[in-house]
Design a protein around this ligand. Structure first.
Ligand SMILES: *[C@@H]1O[C@H](CO)[C@@H](O)[C@H](O)[C@H]1NC(C)=O
Ligand SMILES: *[C@@H]1O[C@H](CO)[C@@H](O)[C@H](O)[C@H]1NC(C)=O
Ligand SMILES: *[C@@H]1O[C@H](CO)[C@@H](O)[C@H](O)[C@H]1NC(C)=O
Length: 489
C-alpha cells in the first residue's frame, strides 16, 4: 500500500469509528444550526494555549487558567536589580530583560544590576495571565492554588510575595516559577544551583520614572504576540488547564453566565483542587513524552488561517458588500467545497452542505487522532479544543456560504440584504473566539508611540478597559501614571 493510500485508509477508519453510522446521520451530526454549549470551554483552552508566554493576550485576560512546565536553556541571561553587589542567598526574582530587572532597584542612589547565566537547563513552571500582578481579582489564583491549596485573594498583595515564593519553592521539583506583569519575571528558588553570576554593575543613580518605566513598557512589546518569550520552552504534553471541564468540573457553574474577563478559580472544590495538584506533582522532566505532535504549531496554523480573514470579512460586511463577502467565504472554504455538495432546486434546507462542514471541521484534526495511542491527558485536551474551535469556525462560515449558494439559485448576484445577517454571525464568532489579534489600536500608532493596554502596574484603575491606546515612548511622554502612585512590584 502506498503511503498515500495508507493515509487515506487511516483517515477513513477514524472517521468511520467516530461517526456511526457513517453517512446516515450526517444531517444531524453536521447540521449547521447547533451552536456550541455555552458551558463548553474548548475555545477558551484553544485561545489560552495558543497565547502562552505572550504579553498582549495575557494582559487582555489577566486571570490565568494554565499551569505548564518548561525549561530555560543553558546560557540564558537573567537580570536582578538590587541595592548591593551581593548575589541573593535565598529565592529572589530575576527577569529575562534588563529593562525589567532594573526596576527591582528601589533606592535611587544605589542600584546594582546583577546578571546571572543558566549553567544547565532550568526546570520551570509557568502561570499564564498577568500572574505577577498583585490584585485580588484573579491573576494570582492558579499560583495560590498551588502554594496554599486554596485561592486566597486576601494574600494578593506585595506583603505576601516572599511567603508565596517560599511556598512554591518548597514544593520541590522545579528550579523556578515564571510569571508576567508587562514583562516576564522568574521566581528563582536558588542562586547556587543551576545559575552563576556573570556580572555585577553599579549603575548610574536615576529615578525609575519616567525613563525606566517607559523602557519597561517598551520591552513588553517584544513579547506581545506569538512566539512570545522564546527563552522559555514549554512542554504542552504536561499542561494543566483550569478550563479543562473534566479536570475541574466544579468551576463550570461559577463561570456560567459570566463574561470571560470575570472567569477565575474562586469556588473550585476540594476534589478538583486535589486533582490539579496531583497533575502538577506528576510533572516530569527528561526525555519527551507524548505523541510528538507540535501542538503549538498546529494551533498557530488555525489562528493564521482565520484571524486576519475573519477581520477582513467583518470589514467587508460593515460596508454592506455581501457579494465581496461571499467571494471571501468561497476562498476561505476552498479546500472543503466539494463538487458533490449541490443544493436541491428549491427550499431552504442546508443538509446538502453537511459534507463541506465536516471536511472543514475535520480538516486539521482528523489525522492527528491516529496518533492517539501515545497521547498524554493534556494532549487529549489539546486535540478536543482544536476540534471544538475549528468546528464552530467552520459551522458559521459554511452556514453563510450555504446561504449565498442558495441565494444564487435563479439569481446572478448575492443580495446585499444578506450583509447585516452575516455581520451578526461573524461578530458572534469573533466574540466567541476572543483572539487578541483583534484588540489593537485603530488607527495604528505612530513610530514613536506604542499601543498599550492599560493594566498593572501603571494603570490599575483602568484594568477592565479592553480598548488599547497609543502612548508616546519618548519625551514628552504620555499615557502612564508614575510608579509612585502605581501598585508596587
Ligand atoms: C496584605 O494583606 C494582608 C492581609 O492578608 C494585610 O494585613 C496587609 O496589610 C496587606 N499589605 C499591603 C501592603 O497591602
Ligand atoms: C451550564 O452549567 C450550569 C451549571 O452547571 C447548568 O445549570 C446549565 O444547565 C448548563 N447549561 C447547559 C446548556 O448545559
Ligand atoms: C470598568 O471600568 C469602568 C470605567 O472605565 C467602570 O465604570 C466600571 O465600573 C468598571 N467595571 C468593573 C467591573 O470594574
Amino acid at each position: 500500500m502506498s503511503w498515500f493510500l495508507l493515509l487515506f485508509y487511516l483517515v477513513n477508519t477514524i472517521i468511520a469509528r467516530t461517526q456511526t453510522p457513517l453517512l446516515a446521520n450526517i444531517a444531524d451530526e453536521w447540521g449547521l444550526n447547533a451552536p456550541p454549549n455555552p458551558n463548553s470551554t474548548g475555545h477558551l483552552v484553544f485561545d489560552t494555549v495558543s497565547s502562552l508566554l505572550q504579553h498582549w493576550p495575557n494582559t487582555q485576560y489577566h486571570t490565568g487558567h494554565t499551569i505548564v512546565p518548561g525549561t530555560i536553556s543553558t546560557g540564558t541571561l537573567l537580570y536582578h536589580g538590587r541595592g548591593d553587589a551581593h548575589p541573593p542567598t535565598a529565592s529572589e526574582w530575576v527577569s529575562t530583560d534588563p529593562e525589567f530587572g532594573r526596576l527591582f532597584c528601589t533606592k535611587i542612589e544605589s542600584c546594582w544590576l546583577l546578571t546571572f547565566i543558566a549553567t544547565r537547563p532550568l526546570r520551570v513552571l509557568y502561570f499564564d495571565g498577568s500572574s505577577a500582578t498583585k490584585a485580588p481579582d484573579g491573576p494570582m489564583d492558579t499560583q495560590d492554588l498551588l502554594a496554599w491549596g486554596v485561592v486566597s485573594p486576601e494574600c494578593a498583595n506585595v506583603s505576601w510575595e516572599y511567603r508565596r515564593m517560599e511556598r512554591l519553592c518548597s514544593m520541590g521539583g522545579f528550579d523556578a516559577y515564571v510569571r508576567m506583569q508587562l514583562n516576564f519575571e522568574i521566581m528563582l528558588c536558588s542562586f547556587t544551583d543551576g545559575v552563576q553570576i556573570a556580572s555585577g554593575s553599579h549603575l548610574e543613580a536615576e529615578p525609575i520614572f519616567p525613563h525606566h518605566g517607559y523602557a519597561f513598557v517598551h520591552s513588553s512589546k517584544w513579547h506581545d504576540s506569538y512566539p512570545g518569550e522564546t527563552r522559555i520552552q514549554l512542554d504542552l504534553t504536561q499542561l494543566v488547564s483550569l478550563y479543562d471541564v473534566e479536570l475541574a468540573p466544579s468551576l463550570v457553574a461559577h463561570r456560567a453566565g459570566q463574561p470571560r474577563h470575570a472567569h477565575r478559580l474562586l469556588g473550585i472544590d476540594e476534589r478538583d483542587t486535589a486533582a490539579v495538584l496531583e497533575r502538577v506533582r506528576a510533572i516530569t522532566f527528561g526525555p519527551g513524552i507524548g505523541s510528538g505532535v507540535d501542538w503549538q504549531a498546529q494551533f498557530q496554523v488555525i489562528r493564521h488561517r482565520y484571524a486576519t480573514r475573519l477581520e477582513l470579512l467583518q470589514l467587508t460586511l460593515d460596508n454592506g458588500a455581501a457579494e465581496h463577502a461571499f467571494h471571501q467565504l468561497q476562498i476561505l472554504l476552498t479546500p472543503y467545497r466539494l463538487r458533490s455538495a449541490i443544493p436541491p432546486p428549491a427550499g431552504r434546507d442546508t443538509a446538502w452542505a453537511g459534507p463541506v462542514f465536516r471536511a472543514c471541521a475535520q480538516g486539521h484534526t482528523a489525522f492527528t487522532e491516529s496518533m492517539q495511542a501515545a497521547f498524554t491527558a493534556s494532549e487529549w485536551l489539546l486535540l478536543s479544543t482544536m476540534q471544538e474551535t475549528t468546528r464552530e469556525i467552520c459551522r458559521v462560515l459554511v452556514r453563510m456560504w450555504a446561504d449565498g449558494v442558495l441565494a444564487l439559485r435563479g439569481s446572478s448576484a448575492i443580495p446585499d440584504s444578506l450583509a447585516p445577517k452575516w455581520k451578526t454571525e461573524v461578530d458572534a464568532l469573533v466574540g466567541w473566539l476572543g483572539w487578541s489579534e483583534w484588540t489593537k489600536c485603530r488607527p495604528a500608532c505612530a513610530p514613536d508611540e506604542s499601543c498599550y493596554l492599560p493594566g498593572a502596574p501603571f494603570s490599575m484603575e483602568q484594568w477592565n478597559v479592553t480598548e488599547p491606546r497609543c502612548i508616546r515612548l519618548i519625551e514628552p511622554y504620555s499615557g502612564l501614571r508614575s510608579l509612585a502612585s502605581a501598585r508596587a512590584f
